[in-house]
Write a protein that binds this ligand. Structure first.
Ligand code: BTN
Length: 259
């Protein structure tokens, strides 16, 4: 991983230290969860060149060819109600958006609620936040982030739906060390305020990044309407056709043709 330890030390934030870079593991989030039980500190971070059992939301497999992507997990020791974790996932998506925008200026990088980072409808990165402790409050959480960095050609099943930093910035090969440094410093800056107050303090950035706002969407359960933004707890606001407002706290979002 290109100079990432030096980049993180220079920036002086709390996330990314200590840093463990692995050639291979089942999942960087497994590493972080096990280490959390053994007392690893706030900010401890795992990066792997290859994951043999990388996972995404809803039990999906996260696939990233060795050396091409960025798979990292950060342990955050925070005390918050479990209902704050969706806000942490969205904040992490914003941090990825900032980092990718710095690497590929001009790319329209957006957040697709609840945990995707997309460009032109294609997925560039995903975030998986998991509580590392059980109880009425979360005392530690693992933020797992997967970014497609160097991949220029995706397997046919993903080809229509995926993109990478390299494809967004063909002239300027991405540097994974700088991406990690940018993601972690952005997350570090806003983490505590968002965990204590929700997404209000980053509202302007979130609105500017929202890929769904104004789009007609349908949930898994068949609820449907126009996406009207994201509330402070990270729920998607939906204006139904009958004028009522729904707040989705989790679902797959299916984009619908405008009616
Ligand atoms: C999603 O899109 O559903 C979330 C994908 C999250 C993938 C990352 S890669 C690093 C960390 N380790 C994992 O096993 N998953 C997350």
């Amino acid at each position: 991983m290109e100079g990432v330890a030096a980049i993180l030390a220079e920036r002086g934030g709390l996330l990314g230290r200590p840093l463990c870079v692995l050639a291979t593991t089942t999942s960087t989030s497994d590493e972080a969860r096990i280490a959390a039980k053994n007392g690893a500190p706030h900010g401890a971070t795992w990066i792997a060149e290859q994951q043999t059992a990388g996972r995404g939301r809803r039990g999906r497999v996260w696939f990233s060819p060795p050396g091409e992507g960025l798979a990292l997990s950060v342990l955050v020791r925070v005390s918050c109600p479990p209902a704050r974790l969706p806000a942490l996932a969205l904040l992490s998506g914003l941090a990825v958006r900032d980092a990718v925008t710095a690497a590929a200026p001009g790319a329209a990088v957006r957040i697709k609620w609840p945990n995707d980072v997309v460009v032109g409808g294609r997925k560039l990165a995903g975030v998986l936040v998991e509580a590392a402790t059980l109880g009425p409050r979360v005392e530690a959480a693992v933020v797992g982030i997967g970014i497609n960095v160097h991949t220029r050609s995706f397997p046919s099943e993903f080809a229509e739906r995926a993109t990478s930093v390299a494809l967004l910035s063909p002239e300027r090969p991405p540097d994974r060390g700088s991406l990690v440094g940018d993601v972690l410093s952005s997350l570090d800056r806003d983490l505590h305020v968002v965990l204590s107050r929700g997404l209000g303090p980053v509202r302007a950035r979130l609105e500017a990044a929202d890929a769904l706002r104004g789009r007609r969407v349908r949930s898994d359960s068949g609820d449907e309407g126009i996406a009207g933004g994201i509330d402070d707890e990270g729920r998607l606001l939906i204006q139904r056709d009958d004028g009522s407002i729904a707040r989705w706290s989790s679902s797959e979002v299916h984009l619908q043709p405008a009616s």
